[in-house]
Structure formats: structure tokens, C-alpha cells
Write a protein that binds this ligand. Structure first.
Ligand SMILES: Nc1ncnc2c1ncn2[C@@H]1O[C@H](COP(=O)(O)OP(=O)(O)O)[C@@H](O)[C@H]1O
Ligand SMILES: [Mg+2]
Length: 288
């Protein structure tokens, strides 16, 4: 791993109105770095701000406070995303590969055309070369036999693979995943995890993976960051989190560790549950 960061998130905040129109800090004072080449897993209960964070990182949402600094290989010095003009922002986005549920495949196009799309739109590559790149990208995710199929003919896992081939079409430096195994059975989900690990090694990318599936998180993560109702509860190595997971709550020194322990083990009793057994996360979402 090189020195420094690829992304540095500093005092990031995002405000959304709740149902009554009152402002809620959905992300509040979020600060951490993403290191070159690592796979960082972002965890946290539903509604705690994971997708909002990813959308800020890719420039889909603009933060209400704080900064997001990028330092890609092409940059001589770190640059603040918020200070970038449209041109610089587009140049930065060229280094992103994104696998979000919303960024699903275009149903009217074959698998191969879906993968070719970013190449046609964003690069000056000759059509004959595009075909070669598409073949390579599909091979990488074991989807070459399905190149001429339409998305409707694919299984859930195959759709994810095709989406991943498209996300890697422009040789990204940073891959963003939002719940990559959502809706998949455990075996297919584990295969997608293997692919994430494989691509991370082969393509030397930095990966940021949002998930609330713990098995998956512990399989793929170099480091983990746990969000709790809009804040960073902890960032640390997989081993740090593993230690908290297996330590009995009574032996954990502080409240945040007990919250992490309860979350990682999916336990019904602990600081995330009130006396009536209602999850603090559910209450937070209701309020948000
Ligand atoms: N566009 C929006 N307008 C208002 N509230 C939003 C919007 N997007 C997300 N939220 C709220 O922000 C909180 C965090 O949402 P999200 O980032 O999607 O959580 P997660 O991905 O962790 O489940 C939730 O309470 C959600 O209702
Ligand atoms: Mg989400």
C-alpha cells in the first residue's frame, strides 16, 4: 500500500428534511480516509446514511458541510471535490466504477452492449477495440457465454456480474458498491464476494463496499467503518472488528464497542434495543 489516501472525507454533513420538513443531519461530522488499494466496507443499520455517503462520494449529492478530497493516480496533489468545476468533476468520475442497485442494466440492450456503453460514451476507442475490451471485461466476471443475452434472460447473480463488467469497462481506479449482494441467495452472494476480492487484486483498485451482511463484510474487508445514525462509530481493521464481535459484551470497555458487538452478531438485546425491544435504528428512521 502506498502512503496517503485516495479519498479523505472531512467533517462531512448532509441534511435532509424529515416528514414534517424539519432538517435532520443524516450524515454528521463524518471523517475518515480511504487508502490506496484497500477494500473498505461501510456497515450500519438501514437508514443510517450509507447510501447517502456513497452518493456524496460519487458527486451525486452535494454535502451541506465538510469536504471530500480525492487523490487519484493522475492527480499531482489532493483536490477538493466541492471546489471542482464540471470538467474536473467529469474527469474525476472517469476513474470511478459504480455498482449500485439503481445503476442497473439497460433492459433494451444486450449484455455486451451494456458493457460497451461507457466505452462508446466516454472514450475515443475504435469500435473494433471496444469489442475486444468488452470480451475481456466479460471474461473477467465469467460472463462471456452470456454476451448476447438480454438482461431479462439473466439470473440475479448474472445481472450483478454484467453490472460489474460494465463498472470496470473504463479501467476504474475506485470501485463503489452499494449492497452488492442484496436479493441474492447466500451461495450466489459468496460468489459475488469472491469476484469483488478477485477484481480488487487483479485490477489494483480501491474498493468501497456498503453492506449490512456481516458474513460478506468479514470476507471482503481489509478495513471496516461502522456508521451509527449518521456518525462514524468506529473505523478499524477487520481484525479489530472481529475481536469486538467475539468478545462478550460484559468485557467490552465502552458503549460504542457494545453497539458494534450487538450489530455484528445481530443480537436482539443490547444498546441498540430499548426496553420494549424496539430497535433504536427503527426509531431513528421514523424520526428521519
Ligand atoms: N432524498 C432524500 N430526502 C429525504 N430524506 C432522505 C433522502 N435520502 C435519504 N433520506 C433519509 O436519510 C436517511 C439515510 O438514508 P440512506 O443513506 O439511504 O440509508 P442507508 O443506505 O444506510 O439505508 C434515512 O433516514 C432516509 O430516509
Ligand atoms: Mg442504502
Amino acid at each position: 500500500m502506498e502512503d496517503g489516501f485516495v479519498i479523505s472525507i472531512r467533517q462531512l454533513a448532509k441534511v435532509f428534511p424529515d416528514r414534517e420538513g424539519r432538517p435532520v443531519r443524516v450524515l454528521d461530522d463524518i471523517s475518515f480516509d480511504v487508502l490506496p488499494g484497500e477494500t473498505l466496507v461501510v456497515m450500519g443499520g438501514s437508514g443510517c446514511g450509507k447510501s447517502t455517503l456513497l452518493n456524496c462520494l460519487i458527486g451525486e449529492l452535494s454535502p451541506d458541510d465538510g469536504h471530500i478530497l480525492y487523490r487519484t493516480r493522475a492527480m499531482a496533489a489532493p483536490a477538493d471535490m466541492g471546489a471542482m468545476g464540471e470538467e474536473d468533476l467529469n474527469a474525476l468520475r472517469m476513474h470511478f466504477g459504480i455498482l449500485f442497485q439503481s445503476g442497473a442494466l439497460f433492459n433494451s440492450m444486450s449484455v455486451a452492449d451494456n458493457v460497451a456503453l461507457p466505452l462508446r460514451e466516454h472514450s475515443y476507442v475504435d469500435p473494433s477495440i471496444i469489442d475486444i475490451v468488452v470480451t475481456l471485461k466479460l471474461q473477467q466476471v465469467h460472463m462471456l457465454p452470456h454476451r448476447d443475452k438480454m438482461p431479462a434472460q439473466l439470473s440475479g447473480g448474472q445481472k450483478k456480474r454484467a453490472g460489474l463488467a460494465r463498472a470496470t469497462a473504463l479501467d476504474p481506479e475506485i470501485l463503489f458498491y452499494d449492497e452488492p449482494s442484496a436479493g441474492l441467495d447466500p451461495v450466489t452472494s459468496a460468489a459475488i464476494d469472491d469476484l469483488i476480492i478477485d477484481l480488487s487484486k487483479k485490477l489494483r483498485v480501491t474498493s468501497i463496499v456498503v453492506t449490512h451482511e456481516m458474513d460478506s463484510a468479514f470476507r471482503i474487508a481489509d478495513r471496516m467503518v461502522m456508521l451509527d445514525r449518521g456518525r462514524v462509530l468506529k473505523i478499524g481493521s477487520r481484525a479489530d472488528f472481529e475481536r469486538i464481535r467475539i468478545t462478550p459484551p460484559a468485557d467490552l470497555t465502552d458503549e460504542s464497542q457494545r453497539i458494534i458487538h450487538q450489530f455484528l452478531n445481530g443480537e436482539t438485546e443490547g444498546p441498540l434495543t430499548d426496553a420494549e425491544g424496539l430497535s433504536e435504528y427503527e426509531k431513528w428512521i421514523v424520526q428521519g
